[in-house]
Design a protein around this ligand. Structure first.
Ligand SMILES: Nc1ncnc2c1ncn2[C@@H]1O[C@H](COP(=O)(O)OP(=O)(O)OP(=O)(O)O)[C@@H](O)[C@H]1O
Ligand SMILES: [Mg+2]
Length: 198
């Protein structure tokens, strides 16, 4: 039975697609992965014939063939689409990326509300918040963490603001880059998620 990991936050541009893509590259080193795009922008589905070695498809396609995959990794749009409650209700893990900016952290409320709502009927559902695009030496990160602790959802470390991540859409993922810190951050995030799902 495959595990479903959903990357969601209603705020645009927080790194949902970037993290979904790089986690897919990382997980596919050891597992069979379906990467699904439920965002009408089609950020990931457009990479279908470019991202070598990844199985990128619609969410329905992955669900139909779920026995073929160990993990279904789901990218979602920057708004609370009507599909989200169903996707959360079938998921094993929701990863909520956020930037450490004040508007980003404030916007997280609605996504967390849906996540907690889904947990009431889906008792296997776990989740975590990941701070993304963290700039060095900023007190904003401290502010963001203070706000996020209140939600009582694990905070899974952080991902730096690194040019290497901008390049991952066309370069074959962070593991083809020279940025060892960026690689380590994705490695740590992947390990944390897999440990929780075991
Ligand atoms: N850690 C990072 N460091 C630097 N740039 C990043 C990082 N994460 C994402 N980006 C860049 O930020 C932009 C937005 O990222 P991405 O498209 O993944 O966000 P998103 O949440 O999927 O956006 P949308 O809500 O529009 O789907 C992209 O240009 C991406 O390359
Ligand atoms: Mg996206």
């Amino acid at each position: 039975m495959s595990k479903t990991i959903v990357v969601a936050h209603q705020k645009g541009g927080v790194g949902k697609s970037t993290l979904a893509l790089n986690l897919a590259y990382r997980f596919s080193q050891e597992m069979k992965i379906a990467l699904t795009d439920t965002d009408p922008q089609g950020t990931l589905i457009r990479l279908k014939n470019i991202a070598s070695g990844l199985n990128i498809m619609t969410h329905d396609e992955a669900k139909k063939n779920n026995k073929k995959y160990d993990v279904i990794l789901v990218d979602t749009p920057p708004y609370l689409s009507e599909k989200i409650p169903t996707i959360f209700s079938e998921a094993d893990f929701v990863l909520i990326p956020t930037k450490a900016g004040v508007p980003d952290v404030m916007a997280i409320d609605a996504t967390i509300k849906l996540f907690k709502e889904a947990q009431k009927n889906n008792n296997k559902l776990l989740g975590g918040i990941i701070l993304n695009m963290v700039k060095p030496r900023t007190s904003l990160t401290f502010f963001a963490k203070e706000q996020l602790y209140a939600y009582n959802i694990p905070i899974l470390g952080q991902i730096g603001d690194r040019v290497a991540f901008n390049n991952t859409f066309l370069s074959g993922g962070i593991f083809t880059s020279e940025d060892s810190q960026a690689k380590q951050e994705i490695e740590l995030l992947a390990t944390e998620i897999l440990n929780v799902l075991k």
